[in-house]
Design a protein around this ligand. Structure first.
Ligand code: NAD
Ligand code: TDX
Length: 332
């Protein structure tokens, strides 16, 4: 049993992690979350009060971070500004939260000699050509494209330096694109599902040939639990479920699963600097820690996700209009 401090636990992946950790381990969980536009307290409703607590605050608040880290055993750091499109419109909060916030956590775990796990993304490696037979591995050189991925790359490098120079007991994981319940409607899959539910045509950036390597959020989080349990200190683990799909195919599948013609979508302005393809080789986490995805079938996972948005309009409705108003400004 460990006392986990989970930053960003009111966001998409963090809230799913908290539920999984409370179900599959006997750890207790404290969430530290600033409740930005992306955080939603209701994503954590109904959790057992004897094992779960919520603190509203920022990972950039050094005093609060120090006090919380001191009374926990393990820090699992999900909190971030996470949306590429937002980082192109205003990089400033990405620098603060992703770089300065990570720095404050690292200083606190260093002072109090606590275990630290850092959540990161495959985007730190840049992108691949469509026909490249290679996939990203733990030794692929960093080559980020957007302010978001550059800030995540910088935070990863801070972790590696604090492990090497100060002996921080840290591990890192870089995961591919997650899908599942409680994902903000600014992201690709929930945006299209909720558009269709609203009678609006899905929006495909450019020609839609870009490839993402989709993984169910519970598969990502199960791997994180394995790393916290038995990952080797100082190591990086890539997490992916062999889920490569191009965006056009995903939009067509969403439309088909929702009973619409597969071509009932619009092409909109492309993302500047849009990464072409991500693909993860997850051999290390599979062979070293015995992790395997429990939801390898994308189509059935997507169908379940569509059902979730269909039955949880009260969760996503409050953020939908403001999200679309933001996209309207960039013609997306
Ligand atoms: P999200 O945007 O849904 O959630 C982020 C959470 O962090 C929100 O609850 C927000 O309120 C909180 N937060 C933001 N700034 C904060 C601050 N200064 N202090 C405290 N809390 C703050 O993001 P997500 O998709 O759940 O991503 C979580 C993590 O996983 C991020 O580190 C992201 O880089 C990484 N990641 C995401 C994906 C993906 O597909 N979504 C894939 C790989 C890695
Ligand atoms: O309306 C859209 N239409 C569209 O074609 C949106 C919102 C996106 N797209 C495209 C852009 C990407 O090629 O779909 C793909 C996925 O877009 P996002 O959901 O914005 O994800 P991505 O930019 O790939 O980044 C995600 O995966 C890695 C997460 O948001 C990051 O936090 C994570 O690090």
């Amino acid at each position: 049993m460990a006392r986990l401090l989970v930053t960003g636990g009111a966001g998409f992946i963090g809230s799913n992690f908290v539920r999984l950790a409370l179900t599959e381990t006997d750890h207790t969980v404290t969430v530290l979350d600033a409740l930005t536009y992306a955080g939603n307290r209701t994503s954590l409703d109904g959790l057992p009060a004897n094992r779960f607590a919520f603190v509203e605050g920022s990972v950039c608040d050094a005093g609060l971070v120090d006090e919380l880290v001191q009374r926990h055993d393990v820090v699992v750091h999900f909190a971030a500004e996470s949306h590429n499109d937002n980082s192109l419109n205003d990089p400033s909060p990405f620098i603060q939260t992703n770089l300065v916030g990570t720095y404050e956590l690292l200083q606190a775990v260093r002072r109090h000699e606590r275990r630290y796990h850092h959540i990161s993304t495959d985007e730190v490696y840049g992108d691949l050509e469509l026909d490249d037979p290679e996939r990203f591995t733990e030794t692929t050189p960093y080559n980020p494209s957007s302010p978001y991925s550059a800030s995540k790359a910088g935070s990863d490098l801070l972790v590696r330096a604090w492990v090497r120079s100060f002996g921080v007991q840290g591990t890192l994981s870089n995961c591919s694109n997650n899908y599942g319940p409680y994902q903000h409607v600014e992201k690709f899959i929930p945006r299209q599902i909720t558009n269709v539910l609203d009678g609006v045509r899905p929006k495909l950036y450019g020609a839609g040939l870009n490839v993402r390597d989709w993984i169910h959020v519970d598969d990502h989080n199960a791997a994180v639990l394995d790393i916290i349990d038995s990952g080797r200190i100082g190591e990086t683990y890539l997490i992916g479920a062999d889920g490569e799909k191009d965006n056009k195919s995903v939009i067509e599948l969403i439309l088909t699963l929702m009973g619409q013609p597969a071509d009932a979508y619009d092409h909109v302005n492309d993302r500047p600097g849009h990464d072409l393809r991500y693909a993860i080789d997850s051999t290390k986490v599979r062979t070293e820690l015995g992790w395997e995805p429990r939801y390898p079938d994308f189509e059935s996972g997507l169908a379940a996700t569509i059902d979730w948005y269909r039955t949880h309009e009260d969760w996503w409705r409050p953020m939908k209009a403001a999200t679309e108003a933001k996209y309207a400004k960039t013609g997306q």
